[in-house]
Design a protein around this ligand. Structure first.
Ligand code: SF4
Length: 85
């Protein structure tokens, strides 16, 4: 999907992490605190690969392996949380 001119102007003001967050749409929308955390790698919309109950993966806990975040266990607090910039 192509970006409109106004969207491109706004996108140029974003850093690379925030730009990717804007253009890579997530498959799910839940109440996990992870959505505000810079370590969430979310499942992309339309992706058929991951299990259906996964919202994404945590890139910090259990590093260097990613930890799957289930849709069923809503994380409200996390010791490793770091807000997105
Ligand atoms: S560090 Fe905690 S809040 Fe951040 S993505 Fe991982 S599990 Fe979620």
């Amino acid at each position: 999907m192509a970006m409109k001119k106004e969207e491109m102007i706004e996108a140029k003001k974003l850093n690379p992490v925030d730009f990717l967050a804007k253009v890579l749409e997530a498959e799910k929308h839940t109440d996990h605190i992870c959505w505000k955390c810079k370590y969430l790698k979310w499942v992309l919309k339309g992706s058929g690969f991951p299990p259906a109950d996964i919202i994404g993966w945590c890139k910090k806990i259990h590093w260097p392996h990613y930890w799957s975040i289930s849709e069923m266990d809503v994380i409200k607090k996390c010791y490793a949380f770091e807000a997105k910039s």
